[in-house]
Design a binder for this molecule. Structure first.
Ligand SMILES: [Zn+2]
Length: 379
């Protein structure tokens, strides 16, 4: 997703990126403009209104998420509403009331748009005597002020449709996920989303064949198209998230690993490290974990200070995890202290390790195998 977008700035500390499909929207508007004699500046004005509506929508999600303890990594803007990328790994897990939080975050975007539409409609009615908010066309570059109201109203209402990945669909999925597993809930919501988007395209085609509803038809077709593509992207990230949350560390930890003793010399330690692919080692005295050290650190110490003991170079600050903990929890621990290894203990005994390197590998494998399993189930 990130690789298909360019950064355009920051708002409230949140990085804003624009997806390349925004270029489609601009091209679409310019092509439409050539059919009548609309000045290019007005077309850009309409583009700015759509862009701004999407930005405030996503900021609604991002700020409410941050307020509920989930930092937002950034916002990627798409013509139908964009995507707020939340840093789930840093979220405080809340299995009991998590769904309420999801609903609050999902509803915030559309509510911001509806609020702006309402407020702006009032302001226009008071400030511009004789303006008609319901004159046709509702949303066009020839009527920019009216377009602000309708762009926000459309964006708010469409996103409230109960079709994933739109916010209404997320609200629905949050209710589902209280009983069904998250991937299955998402998959069902995505399918409903696909049905909705195909319906939108079909209704859009019907409307566009009649002169008086041509514009509504074009808009509906375009939104249906983006919605269809969006559902696909969302499902992939849902699978990824569920892998993070549902896989327990005992399923991915390395059980065949080398350990070092604090009394090992650096040369001994490197000799041991030669015989394994491991980059990070637990340091164990008897049956007690006393530290962690990386191959890199061993080499650097040996190079700069000559031969010494592992005890002197090992990192004494480390976190242990229980084998029942989730991958998400391991990621939180790794990134919170910038670690690259977590020893897994069971009943005070070291039973395995997870390293950043091995987590990346197992996650892509797990995501792939789950997808295959689900495709077999659906067939
Ligand atoms: Zn939204």
């Amino acid at each position: 997703m990130r690789s298909w977008s360019i950064p355009v700035g920051r708002l409230f500390g949140i990085e804003i990126r624009v997806h390349w499909t925004f270029a489609f929207l601009l091209a679409f508007l310019l092509i439409v403009a050539t059919q009548d004699t609309t000045p290019a500046l007005r077309v850009l004005g309409l583009f700015g209104i759509l862009f701004g509506s999407v930005v405030v929508h996503e900021l609604g999600h991002a700020l409410v998420a941050r307020g509920s303890g989930i930092p937002a990594k950034g916002i990627i803007l798409l013509p139908i509403g964009g995507i707020t990328i939340l840093d789930e790994a840093h979220a405080i897990p809340d299995p009991i009331n998590g769904w309420r939080r999801d609903i609050r975050i999902a509803a915030a975007g559309p509510l911001v748009n509806l609020f702006i539409a309402g407020l702006f409609a009032l302001v226009l009615l008071v400030a511009v005597p004789g303006i008609s908010l319901t004159a046709k066309p509702l949303l066009q570059s020839s009527a920019l002020l009216r377009s602000i109201v309708w762009a926000n109203l459309y964006l708010g209402l469409f996103n409230l449709l109960p079709a994933y990945p739109m916010d209404g669909g997320r609200v629905l999925r949050a209710f589902f996920s209280r009983r069904v597993d998250p991937v299955r809930a998402t998959h069902r919501a995505v399918r409903i989303g696909h049905v909705f988007s195909i319906l939108m395209i079909m209704v859009g085609m019907l409307l566009s064949s009649r002169a008086e509803t041509r514009w509504d038809g074009y808009w509906l077709m375009m939104i249906g198209f983006f919605l269809f593509a969006g559902a696909q992207l969302e499902e992939r990230s849902a699978v990824f998230q569920s892998v993070l949350q549902s896989v327990r560390l005992e399923e991915v930890m390395l059980t065949d690993f080398a350990t070092l003793s604090p009394a090992d010399t650096l040369e001994d330690a490197i000799e041991k490290a030669v015989h394994t692919l491991q980059d990070d080692f637990p340091v164990v005295r008897g049956s007690d974990m006393v530290g962690v050290v990386s191959r890199q650190k061993l080499l650097e110490a040996l190079r700069s200070e000559g031969n010494g003991y592992v005890q002197a170079v090992m990192n004494r600050i480390f976190e242990v995890a229980a084998k029942q903990e989730s991958l998400a929890s391991a990621f939180r621990k790794l990134s919170a202290r910038n670690l690259s290894i977590i020893p897994i203990v069971d009943d005070q005994h070291l039973v395995g390790i997870v390293t950043l390197q091995n987590l990346m590998h197992s996650m892509s494998l797990l995501a792939e195998s789950r997808k295959l399993r689900r495709e077999t189930l659906d067939a």
